[in-house]
Design a protein around this ligand. Structure first.
Ligand code: BGC
Length: 755
């Protein structure tokens, strides 16, 4: 009997295995389907899955006949392209998908990638701004909306979230990340992945996410984009890696490697990063796409002698998909034949890519993201704009508010609005906004006019930039033209309060936008000073993609609002905060330096052996002779129109955890939200620990006069750290526990923790 059963099982199994159509059967497991498909693929077809091309011709026009475009088109028709990026809109996506599905031998659908960084056509705030909300639900919702809008345009894969930690505001891409802290960064990374991917990746409203750039990209030397990265294991394991690992817990489907070299090895060719850490230690099952052209750039790095060797190094190091280097499609087959690359690695990469395509449901319906009715209904819909406005309000950080300058009065106050950015409908969209319509954001002028009608006096004051700006070209700043100052001064003289919107134009931050000077660009600080001479009752609203150095403003201007680049609904969100219809609760995710020379500056620094002044005027301590050590505004800082007080900090050990509780009261007459922040310091350890580390936070709403008891549990996960071999360890000893509304905490106590 047993024998007969075994024979039956064998027959069923082999017939399944030989069933060419098994990969089309939704009732089979994804692994079975992947295996079935792979077993029918030629080496060239497997390599084709690893090849990604940028949208390269007007896909709905005539097909290209000559040159590189014709080659790419030919590859697409012959099943040698696995993915395309920057093809968008149902009509175009359908056109390329049709070629892949209907003209190739196996009909494998394409995965369609796009930089849905903070929205598709309707933009939400830049990621750094969203991070200032510390509101994980809102961030998740924002990613969910971005996914839904992008998916309605045919896209099924975003190159986001960027989870690179950075301590350097000179680096223009800080706008795309979550700031300087690995704990906050990890929570936000997870929320964004969950938002993009949803509960079910095959739902046509969700898209695959991509954790990028693995790894170290945010630590480029001197804040210069693409520059060398040289960091030790302690920083790598404790600061850079955690948000990446967190995205795996959130089941992120893909990773992108980075342009930089890390300790001498370009990330794209770095087997330690991609194989040892990512695929082995973290057991990651998704695929890794190279960053744009980063495989061939290994030649420029001086790490590969030609395209052939670059392909060999990249694939052996674990880069599964080639974005725009043409290295895999041109070189991999011969590398396999020459025995330099094992076919098992090709199989592994192709399987990883195919698995995501199955999970997206593309084999059931390759056109599931190509529904014209949904495209019309969803893109730019009221629902998406409402979500964008809701998120935008939550990102605004009140940096300073003396003499109750804010909120503005809705009646009886003569208001002047000054600044080119105040009427700018493009800059709030930031720099990652390829699918957005130019000049489509609500400006501050428009937002405020809803409260003031035409009583609002507006003057530009000065241009920030000269000429047209776009994604690829350098921004030229107006450093000289002050011809419009006079008009602004005369308007300011007539006003009770002046709102000045100053900062960066949208394209001043982002990829390739590093700066050595973080002052208000061009003549804007001069404008601020000129207006201040005639009317010092100023509210400064900052629009920018990175921390700026604004010491003069901090010393002289009574109210300062950090309003970043807030996306399509920017002006409405800013107006609601200025007029007090929304009580701000944002907190900085990145320290604001006083001076560029302080960079890298971050709250979780190490103590050093000489942290304090030994004696008046003695120099032998870790300091600058011309600047303070502290930032202008610390990490976690942000005010509210309400006031909060902290008391009764209690800590106790329970088993292997520390329980913390604190009472937070709203001592004002206004309802408000506060981010209660918990930091620790491990006073003595086998590897020196930072003076403070964020290990918990809770965004709460408190009614006037109300007190809320807030509780946290610190487990070994929060109390431990990685040693220099990458091992996570927890040590007994004295810990300081701090609580407050910023990293400059209000309360602290100590506990002797025993494991
Ligand atoms: C960027 C990536 C981006 C890719 C595709 C690269 O230049 O570094 O973050 O996803 O382009 O647009």
């Amino acid at each position: 009997m047993k024998k007969i059963l075994a024979v039956i099982i064998f027959i069923v199994f082999t017939s399944c295995k030989n069933d060419k159509n098994l990969f089309k059967d939704p009732s089979a497991s994804i692994d079975q389907r992947v295996e079935s498909l792979l077993s029918q693929m030629t080496l060239e077809e497997k390599i084709g899955q690893m090849n990604q091309y940028n949208g390269f011709w007007n896909v709905t026009g005539p097909s290209p006949k000559n040159g590189e475009q014709a080659d790419k088109y030919d590859h697409l028709k012959n099943g040698l392209v696995g993915s395309m990026l920057n093809v968008r809109g149902v009509k175009d996506v359908k056109a390329v998908q049709k070629i892949a599905v209907e003209e190739t031998r196996l009909g494998i659908p394409l995965i369609i990638g796009f930089d849905v960084i903070h929205g598709y056509e309707t933009l939400s705030p830049i990621p750094l701004a969203e991070s200032a909300s510390w509101d994980l639900e809102a961030i998740k919702k924002s990613a969910e909306m971005a996914a839904e809008e992008a998916a309605a345009a045919g896209i099924n894969w975003t190159f986001a979230p960027m989870v690179d930690i950075s301590r350097d505001a000179r680096w223009g891409r800080v706008m795309e990340g979550a700031g300087e802290d690995p704990f906050l960064g990890s929570k936000i990374a997870m929320a964004r992945v969950q938002g993009f991917q949803g509960e079910d990746l095959s739902d046509p409203r969700t898209i695959a996410a991509c954790a990028k750039h693995f790894a170290g990209y945010g630590f480029s030397e001197s804040g210069k984009d693409y520059n060398t990265v040289d960091v030790g294991t302690s920083t790598l394991y404790n600061i850079i890696f955690p948000p990446f690992e967190a995205t795996i817990k959130a089941d992120v489907k893909t990773f992108m490697n980075s342009f930089n070299e890390l300790n001498g090895i370009p990330a794209t060719g770095n087997a330690y990063l991609q194989r040892e850490i990512l695929k082995d230690k973290w057991n990651y099952k998704g695929f890794v796409v190279s960053d744009w052209g980063s495989i061939i750039e290994m030649k420029v790095h001086g790490f590969a002698k030609d395209l052939n060797q670059a392909a060999e190094i990249a694939v052996n190091a674990g880069s599964d998909m080639d974005m725009e280097s043409y290295a895999y499609v041109k070189e991999l087959a011969s590398l396999v034949k020459d025995g330099k690359v094992s076919e098992t690695l090709i199989d592994d990469a192709a399987k990883r890519i195919l698995r995501v395509k199955f999970e997206l449901g593309l084999f059931e319906d390759p056109y599931k993201y190509c529904d014209e009715t949904r495209e019309k209904e969803i893109i730019g819909s009221a629902k998406i704009h409402e979500a964008s406005l809701d998120m935008a309000k939550k990102c605004i950080v009140l940096l300073k508010n003396e003499n109750n300058t804010l909120p503005l009065k809705k009646e009886g106050q003569k208001i002047a609005l000054i600044g080119a950015l105040a009427s700018d409908k493009n800059s709030p969209l930031g720099s990652w906004r390829i699918a957005a319509k130019d000049n489509s954001a609500v400006s501050v002028l428009e937002g405020m006019q809803q409260y003031t009608g035409n009583k609002l006096m507006y003057a530009k004051g000065a241009d920030v930039s000269l000429g047209k700006t776009d994604f690829i070209t350098e921004v030229y700043i107006n450093n000289t033209d002050k011809s419009d100052f006079a008009e602004a001064i005369s308007v300011a003289k007539k006003a009770d309060v002046v709102v000045m919107v100053l900062g960066e134009v949208g394209y001043q931050s982002g990829e390739g936008r590093s700066s050595t000077n973080l002052d208000l660009p061009g003549v804007q600080e001069d404008l601020l000073k000129a207006i201040h001479k005639v009317n010092s009752n100023i509210v400064l609203v900052l629009n920018n993609g990175r921390p700026l150095t604004i010491n003069w403003a901090d010393n002289n201007i009574p109210a300062i609002v950090e309003a970043w680049q807030l996306g399509s609904q920017s002006g409405n969100a800013i107006a609601q905060v200025l007029y007090g219809d929304y009580n701000p609760s944002g907190k900085l995710p990145m320290s604001f330096p006083r001076n560029v020379g302080q960079i890298p500056i971050y709250y979780n620094y190490k103590n050093t052996g000489r942290p304090t002044l030994p004696e008046k005027d003695v120099v032998f301590w870790s300091h600058y002779q011309d600047e303070k050590n502290t930032p202008l505004y610390p990490f976690g800082h942000g005010l509210s129109y309400a006031n909060f007080s902290y008391k009764d900090l209690l800590v106790q050990q329970e088993n292997n955890t520390i329980k913390v509780s604190v009472n937070v009261s709203n001592t004002s007459k206004l309802k408000g939200k506060e981010v209660v922040q918990l930091y620790i310091q491990d006073l003595f350890a086998s590897i020196t620990r930072p003076v403070k580390e964020l290990k918990g936070f809770n965004l709460i709403e408190i009614q006037p006069g109300e007190t809320k008891k807030i509780e946290f549990t610190l487990t070994e996960k929060e109390l431990g750290f990685y040693d220099n071999s990458g091992k996570f360890i927890v040590e007994s000893g004295e810990f300081k526990i701090f609580v407050g509304g910023s990293s400059i905490t209000t309360l602290d106590t100590s506990i002797d923790f025993k494991i």
